[in-house]
Design a protein around this ligand. Sequence first.
Ligand code: HEM
Length: 422
Amino acid sequence: YGVGATAFRAGARRGDLVARLESDRALQLAPYDVYDELRATPVHRGGVVWASTDHAAVTRVLRSDDFIVGAGGAELPGPLRGLTGRLLDPWAAGPVDPPSMLATNAPDHTRYRRLVTRAFTARAVSGLEDRIRETAERLLDGLDDGSSRSGSADIVERYAALLPVAVIADMLGVPDEMHGRLLEWGNIASVTLDPSLSWRDFRRAEDAMRSLHLWFADHVRALQADPGDDLISRLAVLQGEEQLTDLELRATGLLVLGAGFETTVNLIGNAVATLEAHPEQRAALRDDPSLWAGAVDEVLRHDSPVQMTLRVAQRDTEVLGVEVPARTAVVAYLGGANRDPAVFDDPHAFDLRRPNAGAHLAFSSGAHFCLGASLARREAEVGLRLLYERFPDLAVAGHPVRRDTRVLRGYERLPVALGERV
Ligand code: HEM
């Protein structure tokens, strides 16, 4: 625990680029130049951890059976165990602790994933579109003070954060009055994804995860007694071979819940900030709303809400000519791969008409490809389109503040002036 932070600080003092990136807050806020430097080789051999920002190499690491997710850190050499699987208490297990899907490999991973996939197919998500629209409209009504000229608001707090939590909570049978507390616990717990973590943040995250587990166990009991038409009710009544243990059910449910709201908030916030900087592209969206789908993918590529993930080589292997010994941990910088000039022309430019924006790795690739990709895209498309339809003159006003997290990239605060209401 906390080893990640110490190892990275020591590595940074030795001049290790990855260690510097992971321990220097200024670089974390603007990582894209370092990503470019790292791309000099397909896989960079860092002192603490190896890393890649090369699109082809990252794709290979994510898709190859030679690499697995570091379940609980068991496969990692001693000092690196702090990078993953830090919460060993089953009543505080987090998103990167087994038996979370994100931290398990086949065959368990396949079993967990199969149970929940159906709720998130593109077709299932199409069926949710009306609910997404209604929720967005309701939240926009709440932003609006009724006068023709509305005031200012923190668009993250009042909109971008609330839409995803409302949608996923609905899918999981969670009552509305829990949204606020879930956001609070989820925000605190989300730092456990980060490779460099202080003891203080770790302790706070552990407490928040424990609260989530205790609440979720009650939620499951309530649904077992009185099942609804939601995903958790369906998981809670499985029998025979499919039946999940209490811990598996909590891990699966809490992952889907947290992943459902901790990430999409960043996509929506990053989109608002990016469009502010590109008024001509924003005007194009107003003239032609069919551009929104491409714009959302371009935001995912250009300022990826999930910047990185980690894999461990389970045998000696090779990635684009670089030999990678067994047990080597490799950081796959998704946000870096998404700026690879070998795939994306002029990669640092934001261009919502970019023909291959969808080739990004913002949702990862391979066995762990984001389960909620269709849902996230739909929430962002509908949510952003309705936001700008209602407030066409919306403008960032005041000082945006980035979230203090490394894996998740987004805004903690994004104050806007809403402008004329339509
Ligand atoms: C996995 C990104 C929204 C559920 C992932 C991974 C990424 C990702 C990068 C894979 C990590 C890895 O390979 O190690 C995102 C982004 C989102 C988003 C950028 C929004 C912009 C959602 C939503 C849900 C969701 C709305 C709702 C259910 C999951 C789950 C996994 C996952 C359950 C684990 C899949 C597995 O391990 O098999 N996501 N996600 N995500 N995501 Fe998302």
